[in-house]
Design a protein around this ligand. Structure first.
Ligand SMILES: [Zn+2]
Length: 111
């Protein structure tokens, strides 16, 4: 999976195309991710002790991981701030890192 939790991603398709947000949740088996502020759905809440009003809340629904691209944060990259495809690079110590396909700089998830 090219997307990790806390990555900043850009949506490439659908109603939210072009929007960016932080990855809150990765569902590896389903190939889906939940992104902050993306793909809102109305959820109905039943009246309960906790919520005496009941009603509706907005909640992010998962989107297909194939519809999001990680943002390149390298300021010198022509794709800076935009969604990019990622590649892999193997370091001398054997670590595999994700890199921007354009500038080959490492993609690092924010904490
Ligand atoms: Zn880049």
């Amino acid at each position: 999976m090219h997307v990790r939790k806390n990555d900043i991603v850009q949506v490439a398709a659908g109603d939210d195309a072009g929007k960016t947000g932080k990855v809150l949740f990765v569902m590896t088996k389903q190939d889906r991710v939940v992104v902050e502020g993306i793909n809102f759905i109305q959820k109905h809440i039943k009246r309960s002790e906790k919520n005496s009003q009941g009603g509706r809340v907005q909640k992010e629904a998962p989107v297909s991981v194939s519809n999001v691209l990680v943002i390149c944060q390298n300021k010198n990259c022509e794709k800076n701030g935009k969604g990019v495809r990622t590649g892999r690079k193997i370091l001398e110590n054997g670590d595999k890192i994700r890199v921007c396909y354009k500038c080959r700089s490492e993609i690092i998830a924010s904490e």
